[in-house]
Write a protein that binds this ligand. Structure first.
Ligand code: GLN
Length: 304
């Protein structure tokens, strides 16, 4: 079947599911996004783009941005990174505080919020212009110079980010942050506020499907071995405490965000991004997960 036809079919099949789940309420601007938004985009490594529904409309990337900051930190620190953050699924919510105290300030993985704060601390220490470094990175990967952060979203998150503040303070008390708590949180809210479309996101993940080389600029961003490792983390930790279920249902490395986006890759083939704002209980897009399940099942493409 034509890829585009398959994407259209999937979109119509999952549309009724958009009535289920909850649009994130704890970040006020996200609560205003209509649950009817639905987009799906596939980008193949030769640059073909298949976009259906609202796939060109930018939305809040939220935790998906943690993959970009992790790449920046990994480029600088390599394996040394793992002295400060673990590589195990947490089995707890992305913003949970419980493990951080008993595990003495070493977050379970780079995709829960505490892990992302440590990664951000590294980016802040290693890059002279950390915001520019990130914006340049996503704009080049997505081949879209218009990608930007949304200050109002970052500010709303700062005002309501009590858990993130608690996590960052815990990390600081255990000596796992070099920069100040405020600097780390400001950078974290900045990158969570990046607005990107499904097409942007699928393009920007394509290097992870291409052994670490950006298919458009031909730049090597990570070694094949490092790329394998980031993809392993996406599979085991990219959808938080639903990662086991997601691997069973969908079977690809992927990252979700509370803006309702999920981006995944199939090595040597393609990157796929979906957007539907209503989330399941674990904070992953409900209809988005269903769309990806249908895609991998019907196309027969997954990592397994
Ligand atoms: N900015 C969000 C938060 O810190 C990101 C969480 C997410 O997308 N899962 O709560």
């Amino acid at each position: 079947m034509e890829l585009r036809t398959l994407l259209h079919e999937i979109l119509e099949e999952v549309r009724p599911l958009q009535q289920q789940g909850q649009v994130a309420q704890y970040i006020p601007p996200l609560a205003l996004v209509p649950r009817s938004k639905l987009g799906l985009a596939v980008v193949t490594l030769d640059g073909e783009v298949h976009a259906v529904g609202d796939a060109e409309e930018p939305f809040s990337t939220q935790s998906i941005s943690k993959v970009f900051t992790l790449t920046l930190a990994f480029q600088q620190l390599g394996e040394e990174l793992w002295q400060r953050v673990g590589r195990e699924p947490s089995g707890t919510a992305f913003n949970s505080l419980v493990q951080l105290e008993s595990e003495r300030g070493i977050p379970r993985n780079p995709f829960i919020n505490a892990g992302a704060h440590v990664v951000d601390d590294i980016v802040l220490s290693r890059y002279a212009e950390p915001r520019t470094a990130l914006l340049d990175f996503v704009r080049c990967r997505a081949a879209n110079g218009a990608i930007a952060d949304v200050a109002a979203v970052a500010e709303a998150e700062r005002e309501t980010g009590f858990r993130n503040a608690a996590l960052a303070n815990f990390l600081k008390s255990f000596g796992n942050l070099e920069r100040t708590v405020d600097e780390v949180l400001a950078y974290y809210f900045f990158h969570c506020s990046l607005a990107m479309s499904c097409v942007d996101l699928a393009r920007s993940f394509a290097f992870l499907a291409h052994r670490g080389i950006c298919p458009w600029t031909r730049e090597r961003l990570l070694t094949p071995s490092q790329t394998k490792r980031i993809n392993a983390l996406l599979l085991t930790c990219g959808t938080y405490d639903a990662a086991g279920d997601f691997a069973y249902e969908v079977g690809i490395p992927a990252k979700s965000g509370v803006g309702g986006g999920i981006v995944g890759i199939i090595p040597d083939r393609l990157a796929i991004a979906v957007w539907s704002p209503a989330l399941n209980a674990k904070g992953n897009s409900l209809a988005g997960t269903a769309a990806l399940e249908r895609f991998t099942t019907r196309s027969g493409l997954s990592v397994f």
